[in-house]
Each structure stands twice: as C-alpha cells, then as structure tokens.
Design a binder for this molecule. Structure first.
Ligand code: GAR
Length: 210
C-alpha cells in the first residue's frame, strides 16, 4: 500500500482525521510514521493508540537548525514513505532538507493561500475585513507556505466572528480537505512537475474547491 509519514507539532486533530478516514475505508494507505518536534504533542498519542510508529526529535537537542532538519528527515526517510504530510507542523524546514521530497510533501495551512502565509491567519483575515476565509493544501517548497496549491476549503466570515469561532468552523473543513487530497495522491491522480500541479494528467489551473 501507499506509505504515508506525518509530521505534527500539536493537538493532532488533522492526524485524527486521517486515521479516521482510513478506519472508515476511505483512505487505502498505510501510516508508517508520525514524527514530531514536541514530546507532548497530542498527535503522538493518537498515533500510538492507532498502532502507528512514532518518533520525537527535540530541537533543543541540536545546536544548529540545519542539523535538526537533516536528522529529522533521515528518520523519516528510514520509514520509506511515498508521501510526507505536514499536519500542523509548526517549524520552518531547511530548504536543502526539503529538496529530496519535492513533489512528495504536502502541508495544510489555515488560510486561502496565497493570502496569509505564516502565523495568525484567522486574526489577519478578520483584521483585513475579508468576507471569505478558508484552508489550503499545497505542495511544500522552500518558500514558506508558498508551494503550488492543490485544493482549498472556503468558509464565509460572519458578523461577530472572532479568531476562536473562525478556527472552530474551519477545523472540520480541514478534516475533510486533507484526507481528500491524500486520497487523490495515493490513487496516483495528482502530481507536481515543472509545469505545476496536474490532476488525471490535466494541468490544474485553479486549486480544487472542497
Ligand atoms: C491546523 O489548523 C492547521 O491548519 C494549522 O495548525 C492546526 C493544527 O491543528 N497549520 C498551520 O498553521 C501550519 N503553519 P491540529 O494539530 O489539531 O491538526
């Protein structure tokens, strides 16, 4: 089966969504590793409960950021994944460490990219007075949150929304979006090459809407 490794720093609700999609038979893949930079990440516990191998590498144990990134990716490579999924991984990764994974690594980001790369996306969408917010899944490149976008889940911003209400309405959309994109990749239907993203061999001109 198609082999997936996940990197996660946080509570792991997107990891849970991926595991649940497989449990329901909607995602015919094997989760070979959940890796984290945070020993206390909820994502690790969820993986362990599901019988998925885990590894934690603590950045505090490494003198240089680059050393950490290469050590982490060496561990990941050892599990021989076909695809690497960043599901709430909150570190910027060295471009040289990413290079071997070009076209085989995706990230979920809580904004309608190219808007609001980086942190505090809900706050920034509210402050800008946007009518629409959302989440994106994109291929990872050396440019932070800047790789080609595959699919987006839009969400309207309502009067009275704050960061918490927006995040709470967006999260369930993320939980559908990420497994759906992973399923397309595992089925061999999505690819990234020098011309951009293609679906079923056709160049994707706009992100898929979920
Ligand atoms: C998700 O909202 C994800 O989109 C975001 O972190 C959250 C992780 O939640 N990712 C980023 O901000 C990436 N820069 P989770 O741990 O419950 O999956």
């Amino acid at each position: 089966p198609f082999r997936i490794a996940i990197l996660a720093s946080g509570r792991g609700s997107n990891v849970a969504a991926l595991l649940a999609a497989r449990e329901r038979g909607e995602l015919p893949v094997e989760f070979v590793l959940v890796a984290s930079d945070k020993p206390a990440a909820g994502a690790l516990q969820l993986a362990q409960l599901a019988g998925v191998p885990t590894v934690v590498l603590d950045p505090r144990d490494y003198a240089e950021r680059r050393d950490y990134d290469f050590a982490l990716f060496e561990r990941i490579a050892a599990s021989k994944p076909d695809l690497l999924v960043l599901a709430g991984f909150m570190r910027i990764i060295d471009g040289d460490a990413l290079q071997p994974w070009a076209g085989r690594m995706i990230n979920i980001h809580p904004s309608l990219l190219p808007k609001y790369r980086g942190l505090h996306t809900h706050r920034r969408a509210l402050k800008a007075g946007d009518a629409e917010h959302g989440a994106s899944v994109h291929y990872v490149t050396a440019e932070l949150d800047g790789g080609p976008v595959i699919a987006q889940a839009p969400l309207s911003i309502e009067a009275g929304d704050d960061e918490n209400t927006l995040a709470a309405r967006l999260l369930p959309l993320e939980h559908q979006l990420l497994p759906a994109v992973v399923a397309l990749i595992a089925a061999g239907r999505l690819a990234l090459d020098e011309n951009g993203v293609s679906l079923d061999g056709e160049r994707l001109r706009h992100p898929l809407r979920w």
